[in-house]
Design a binder for this molecule. Structure first.
Ligand SMILES: Nc1ncnc2c1ncn2[C@@H]1O[C@H](COP(=O)(O)OP(=O)(O)OP(=O)(O)O)[C@@H](O)[C@H]1O
Ligand SMILES: [Mg+2]
Length: 375
């Protein structure tokens, strides 16, 4: 075989490789001129090799990459300082029809006969992104379903919480009416205080309804600045009756000053609701007459912790490893999703959820939320 034939054969093998590759492969020169554009790249971008050859690679990128690319190439020539060359990352591509899409781009460099060439290998991530979004959507639905289930379980208590102020309002109104009928002149000062009490009770009922509506609503994660003390206080409102009914003493130790965190309020409430519900279940199951639940918020140098601790039976040693796994439950009617959902939410906030034995002899679950999230 002559040298020329050898070169041709290597060239054919190279063409076959480009053709067979599943990933898009683009070869450009040092100023970005497209020299080769394989079939997979044609499929991904919607251009044919003939259309794109001789053109500049930047037409396959949306702004701001498009505008910066020439300068980027010449800076690399001048300084040898690498950004993507020699490695890879997720970037956005631009198709012929104007659509943009996520892709993973890795770039290598070759220098042969003094000509510098860059080889870009492209993997279209549209499907990956679509499935990531699908997973997010499903997680969101799961979170919502979990909230509805737990609210369903708390319905009796919540109805009671709303009914109490309504009954009080009716009683105050009746009393006011009686006073006016008896002696309108004497009643003025008392009517004033009765009206104040009516207003206060209706605000209380409205607060419960508002909490409830928020928790029932579905929707995607929306983080904002919230005071952790307030989030917990609002959550406890939904438990007043349940706790009273089960004869449990619930104590809340908030931070002394407001603890502003950047979180999704509803999701944090959901964690607290799940943890308290688990504690109530544990205490009731054990049938202990003097059930206690303590909720404590603490600030540490790098995080805020919220611990829910009870004096129930605790978690048996052999179960501790599986506690946070989906579908692990020891309850006849349990689904076993509560803690796994809580852990997912904590993770999505850059935090964690852990179990420890409680000093009261039961369980302590501690949610930690990093302080960098503040502000
Ligand atoms: N405070 C607690 N004290 C004792 N055991 C607990 C406590 N919290 C959770 N557990 C144990 O962890 C298991 C899993 O809890 P998880 O909340 O994930 O599911 P579940 O409460 O069983 O069901 P659900 O999906 O309805 O919440 C419980 O079944 C229970 O055995
Ligand atoms: Mg549970």
């Amino acid at each position: 075989m002559t040298a020329k034939e050898g070169t041709r054969e290597a060239g054919n093998a190279f063409d076959a490789l480009l053709e067979a590759a599943v990933d898009g492969i683009i070869i450009i020169d040092e100023v970005g001129t497209v020299l080769r554009f394989n079939q997979a790249a044609e499929r991904i971008f919607g251009y044919t090799e003939t259309e794109i050859s001789g053109g500049n690679i930047k037409q396959l990128m949306p702004e701001p990459d498009r505008g910066n690319h020439d300068a980027y190439l010449s800076r690399y020539m001048r300084t040898g300082k690498r950004s993507i060359i020699g490695g890879g990352r997720e970037v956005t591509g631009l198709k012929k029809n104007g659509d943009t899409f996520p892709m993973f781009l890795s770039v290598g460099e070759t220098t042969r006969q003094k000509a510098r060439r860059y080889v870009g290998i492209i993997r279209d991530l549209s499907d990956v992104q679509a499935s990531r979004e699908k997973v997010r959507e499903l997680e969101e639905q799961l979170l919502h379903a979990d909230r509805l289930v737990i609210l369903g379980e708390l319905t009796a208590g919540i109805a009671h919480e709303i009914n109490q102020p309504l009954t009080a309002i009716a009683a105050y109104a009746d009393a006011g009416k009686r006073m006016i009928n008896r002696n309108p002149a004497d009643a003025t000062s008392e009517i004033d205080s009765i009206c104040e009490r009516i207003a206060e009770q209706s605000r209380r009922a409205a607060a419960v309804v508002q909490r409830l509506r928020k928790l029932v609503r579905s929707g995607t994660v929306s983080k904002g600045q919230h005071d952790i003390n307030q989030i917990i206080k609002n959550t406890l409102l939904l438990f007043e009756y349940e706790v009273k009914k089960s004869n449990i003493e619930l104590s809340f130790y908030p931070l002394e000053t407001a603890g502003e965190l950047y979180v999704d309020e509803i999701h944090i409430q959901q964690i607290i609701v799940n943890l308290i519900k688990n504690s109530i279940d544990a205490i009731s199951e054990a049938g202990s007459p003097d059930g206690r639940i303590e909720i404590r918020v603490m600030k540490r140098p790098s995080d805020v912790t919220i611990s829910v601790s009870d004096n129930g039976p605790g978690v048996r040693e052999e179960f501790r490893k599986q506690l946070f796994e989906s579908f692990f439950t020891t309850k006849p009617k349990g689904v076993g999703l509560g803690l796994s959902i809580c852990k997912t939410i904590a993770g999505a906030h850059g935090g964690s959820l852990t179990f420890a034995e409680s000093t009261q002899g039961g369980s302590t679950f501690t949610l930690s939320l990093p302080l960098e999230l503040i502000g």
